[in-house]
Design a binder for this molecule. Structure first.
Ligand code: SAH
Length: 246
């Protein structure tokens, strides 16, 4: 596969220092090589490398096209989890086509992080970019700042959209049933899913989500790790929505 590079401003004709460094030192890209460049907003260019400097790689555009966004949006509201699990969630949900990821703080999250931690935010953004490079996605999912549940706003832009929360409570609706109900109603293009942390949401937090209109759904009899629950939900919804909007 041709190397793919992320470049938010492709008109500049050069990659930023970290992408340039990666291309030169890790991928051994040379002048004359062909590569693909995407801007994260749907634009994808075929490019030819013209110069490989120490801090910047320059390219000229061979051809360019604007790819269509997905005709549906899956929004993931995810309670923070610790390192490896969190990275998996970012990577896999990006591969599985989510439009946005909203990290939320939960009482039982093992990870403690301030909403203003820009270093973490940038690291997470890079993990998302890597997943977009690998999976051929030309649209970066939106990564919201870390928020508390009570400050959470509806991640979808439309008025009413179905919202599910993965829940181990006995009254949670089986996912299949919950989805059938949603799919029967009008053509829904947006869907929001919330998943808890390692220690689960507290009953009070679950109450907050319910008050915001989240329907508790069950993913079956086994207790899944948070990352498994997130990946499961993203995969099922990606499958369903593609089928629906094919
Ligand atoms: N430590 C808790 C489990 C937390 S699982 C315990 O032992 O009870 C982490 C998150 O994954 C939960 O908050 C929930 O959102 C989701 N989850 C895991 N298994 C699930 C299932 N079978 N059905 C629905 N949600 C599930």
């Amino acid at each position: 596969m041709m190397h793919r590079f992320y470049c938010p401003h492709p008109d500049s004709g050069r990659l930023d220092p970290s992408e340039s460094h990666h291309a030169r030192s890790v991928l051994r890209v040379k002048a004359g090589d062909r590569c693909t460049v995407f801007d994260g907003r749907g634009k994808e260019l075929q490019a030819e490398v013209t110069e490989v400097g120490k801090h910047q790689l320059c390219f000229s555009v061979v051809s360019s096209h604007q790819s269509k966004p997905l005709p549906f949006s899956i929004h993931l509201v995810q309670a923070l989890t610790k390192g490896r699990s969190w990275s998996l969630i970012l990577e896999k949900s990006t591969e599985l086509g989510v439009s946005s990821i909203s990290p939320v703080l939960s009482d039982r999250s093992v990870t403690r992080i301030g909403a203003e931690d820009t270093v973490k935010h940038e690291k997470w953004r890079q993990e998302i970019i890597t997943a977009c490079k690998q999976s051929g996605r030309n649209y970066l999912p939106r990564l919201s700042p870390v928020t508390r549940i009570e400050k959470l706003t509806d991640p979808s832009l439309t008025q009413y959209t179905p919202k599910f929360i993965a829940s181990l409570q006995p009254d949670a609706l089986p996912l299949k049933l919950a989805l059938e109900r949603v799919m029967e109603s009008e053509l829904q293009q947006d869907i929001t899913i919330a998943v808890g942390p390692e220690g689960d949401f507290s009953p009070a937090e679950l109450g907050q989500f319910r008050a915001m209109g989240y329907q508790p759904v069950s993913l079956g009899p086994n207790v899944l790790r948070a990352e498994t629950a997130a990946i499961y939900l993203c995969a099922v919804l990606f499958y369903e929505m593609q089928h629906r909007f094919a």
